[in-house]
Structures are given as C-alpha cells and as structure tokens.
Design a protein around this ligand. Structure first.
Ligand SMILES: Nc1ncnc2c1ncn2[C@@H]1O[C@H](COP(=O)(O)OP(=O)(O)O)[C@@H](O)[C@H]1O
Ligand SMILES: [Mg+2]
Length: 227
C-alpha cells in the first residue's frame, strides 16, 4: 500500500546541507500496524509528515496505492491526504477558533456526508472519547491531554484507510493511553492501516513491526513478541 524508495530530506543553511532523513526504504502493507521509534531529532516526525503527504522529500519515490505521490502537485497530494489519511499531530494542531465539536467535525466537511449524518458521527465520537460535556469549549480551555484526545478523535472520525499518529499518547495518562491503543488495535483489526510514532515500549508492541530510526537512517527493524 505504501512504498518509500531512497527517501532523503535535508535542510540547508550557511554551513551546508543538514540531512534529516537518509536513504529511507519502507514498505507497509494494507492492514499493517507499524511503530516508529527513535531518539528525539532522529527524523520520526519528518518521516510521518512525508508519509502523510504534508511534507515533501528532496529526493526518492513515494508510492501510495500505486499512485506516484512524488510526481504529484501539492494540490493533488492534498486531495489524496484528505481522502485516505487521518493524521494525529505531535502538537495537536487544533483550530483555535473552532470548538471541540467543530474541530472533530472538520474532516467530514471534505466529504459528501449529509449534515444529519455528520451530527450523529460527531455525537458518537464525542461519546466514545468521553468529551460530550466539553463539546462547546475551545482548545485553549482544554488541558494538553484533552487536546490530544480531540486530535485523535478528529483523525479517526472519517474512517480513514490509514492512520498516521505522531506520539498520540505523549500527553495522556496511562489509562487514557491504554484506551487509545485499544482503539487503534480495534480499528487495525477492522482493516485500518496504522503507523504510530511512540516512545512507549509497551505501546510500540501493539504493532506488528517496529522500525527504529537513528540520525535519519533506519537503524533496525524488529517484530515485537506477540505477548
Ligand atoms: N523546518 C525545519 N527546518 C530545519 N530543521 C528542521 C525542520 N524540521 C525539522 N528539522 C530538524 O530535523 C531533525 C529531525 O526532526 P524531527 O523529524 O522532528 O525529529 P523527531 O520527530 O524524531 O524528534 C531535527 O534535528 C530538527 O531540528
Ligand atoms: Mg517528533
């Protein structure tokens, strides 16, 4: 479903090129659950943004459902993102001017879904995340953990084919973290492809495969024991 070939990403400054990703080759099958781990600064978020079509590599190929993402214009990539991908941002990226309800509803506005159906989908999602009482609050009225939950709710509401989640449990307590992992596990068993960045060894094990990044390179890959 996803194939990266020799992906490279660098930034340039006066001192020269500064590489963030080097020679990344990655295949992810439909229905797979993958964890990406690695120290801070190793390129995890950059890789996830490239997979999410939110950022462009400097070179290499990206094939998504047999489409050549690397040859697409930004607008076309954006369309593909909206159609297939639910993205959980490390720093939430909620829209400050919208309420919790409206933030969660946004992905549905890109699709042909009637307003009554949207209402019931948002109501179900608010319920699932125990956020019914918070639906009219704005992001700055929420704790970091609550904002993170809204970010996850927004990513999953449209039943995306692929969920890309950047440290989705980083600001949650362990019970909330377990609940998000149980939700990902359930969605994955129903067919959703999931790629998550995590620092949590236990949560990483929900995946079928763990890819470790180091200084922008794939350092090693492992299959966690099916404990
Ligand atoms: N827009 C940018 N301009 C310059 N350097 C950047 C930019 N974005 C990320 N980087 C650098 O790329 C490296 C990898 O960042 P990132 O992908 O966020 O790592 P991780 O998510 O593993 O912590 C870091 O050293 C970071 O400072
Ligand atoms: Mg990061």
């Amino acid at each position: 479903m996803i194939k990266l070939k020799q992906i490279e990403k660098f930034y340039e400054n006066k001192a020269g090129k500064y590489y963030v990703l080097r020679g990344i080759n990655l295949d992810v099958a439909q229905g797979e659950f993958l964890s990406i781990m690695g120290p801070s600064g190793s390129g995890k978020s950059t890789l996830l943004h490239i997979l999410g079509m939110l950022d462009d590599p400097n070179s290499g190929e990206y094939h998504f459902l047999n489409e050549k993402v690397h040859s697409m214009k930004e607008k076309q990539r954006g369309e593909l993102h909206k159609q297939y991908i639910g993205f959980v941002f490390q720093s939430y990226h909620l829209i400050d001017e919208l309420t919790v309800y409206e933030n969660i509803e946004t992905p549905l506005l890109y699709r042909k879904i009637s307003s009554s159906e949207r209402k019931s989908m948002v109501a179900d999602t608010l319920d699932r995340f125990n956020m019914v009482a918070k639906k009219d609050l704005f992001p700055n009225q929420l704790s970091g953990g609550q904002q993170q939950l809204v970010g996850v709710a927004r990513a999953i509401i449209g039943n995306p084919k692929v969920i890309l989640a950047d440290e989705p449990t980083g600001n949650l307590n362990s019970k909330q973290g377990e609940e998000i992992m149980a939700l990902f596990d359930k969605l994955n068993k129903e067919g959703t492809t999931i790629i998550q960045v995590t620092h949590n060894e236990r949560f990483a094990r929900y995946a079928h495969r763990v890819v470790h990044l180091l200084d922008g390179w794939v350092d090693k890959e492992e299959s966690p024991p099916s404990s």
